[in-house]
Design a protein around this ligand. Structure first.
Ligand code: ATP
Length: 263
């Protein structure tokens, strides 16, 4: 997929919770149209807070953007509401694979279509699109989401967000607690949408091996500040950097590395 103009940029974003706890102290990152960007970092580095800041979700957690700017599709969207952002095509799938557990898998997907106000025919064709992408969901469509596996719930959660036809899909820890094969399948499906439809993706991951393999670029915050930003290929080849900032090296093992020389 060709990468085009700037779609999202965060510049020096600082954020607090309850006007007291500083969670971000200078996060900067960009996503261009057609690009997959992985936001990588250890537990507590500020990934979730950065995603909530750009999706307008911080106020719901008593959080605030205290400084810096967030520009989406050429407009300053710092402190915009999540609903406005969703209408503009910036849609986030929250950490923890939120599904409506008592609704069937298909009804979960339909809820995503309602966000766009789709009629019956359009809903049907969007459902087909999701089932083609995740055939497993077609098999499980009549089952309450709460009775499906973790991987199926994650597919349903991602599928629901995709029903809203985002331009920028934002995912938080979509691989958490899932088997590697399942994670690979979800990323492969997203990569296909990226290639075929130009979907831009920003994905935050702690377990970064798969994300790193599929991403075009990476951004790494550490204690709330961006410390690395560049082509994913650079990071893929630098085990010393991965070990230091992300806590794993060759083979994904935890490490006690010392600071590496700059990439
Ligand atoms: P994780 O992988 O654990 O989600 P993360 O990189 O996403 O980590 P954040 O969850 O953004 O990091 O946390 C950044 C900092 O903000 C941490 O110090 C965390 O304790 C703090 N924090 C996160 N959420 C809240 C909250 N709702 N209220 C107060 N402090 C919070």
């Amino acid at each position: 997929m060709t990468v085009h103009e700037l779609l999202l940029s965060l510049d020096g974003v600082e954020a607090t919770y309850n006007h007291a706890i500083r969670a971000l102290s200078g996060v900067s990152l960009t996503v261009r149209t057609g690009e997959i960007v992985a936001l990588l970092g250890a537990n507590g580095a500020g990934k979730t807070t950065a995603l909530k800041a750009l999706s307008g979700l911080l106020p719901a957690e008593h959080g605030q953007v205290a400084a810096g700017s967030i520009v989406y599709d050429g407009r300053d969207v710092t402190r915009r509401s999540p609903a406005e952002l969703v209408r503009a095509g910036l849609v986030q799938e929250l950490e923890g694979r939120h599904c409506f557990r008592s609704l069937t898998v298909e009804d979960n997907l339909i809820v995503g279509g309602w966000v766009r106000g789709l009629g019956r025919t359009a809903l049907r064709s969007e459902l087909e699109r999701i089932y083609t992408l995740f055939p497993r969901l077609r098999d499980r469509r009549r089952i309450p989401a709460g009775l499906t596996s973790g991987g199926e719930q994650q597919m349903a959660a991602v599928g629901r967000v995709l029903m809203a036809r985002p331009r920028l899909l934002v995912l938080d820890e979509s691989s958490m607690c899932l088997a590697p094969l399942v994670v690979e399948g979800i990323f492969a499906a997203l990569k296909r949408l990226n290639r075929e439809e130009g979907l831009s993706i920003l994905v935050a991951e702690q377990n970064s091996t798969v994300a790193l393999r599929h991403a075009d670029r990476t951004s790494v915050p550490e204690t709330g500040r961006t410390v690395l930003d560049g082509p994913a290929a650079d990071l893929r080849e630098r085990d010393d950097i991965k070990a230091f900032y992300l806590g794993f090296g060759v083979g994904g093992h935890a490490s006690t590395a010392t600071a590496p020389a700059a990439a």
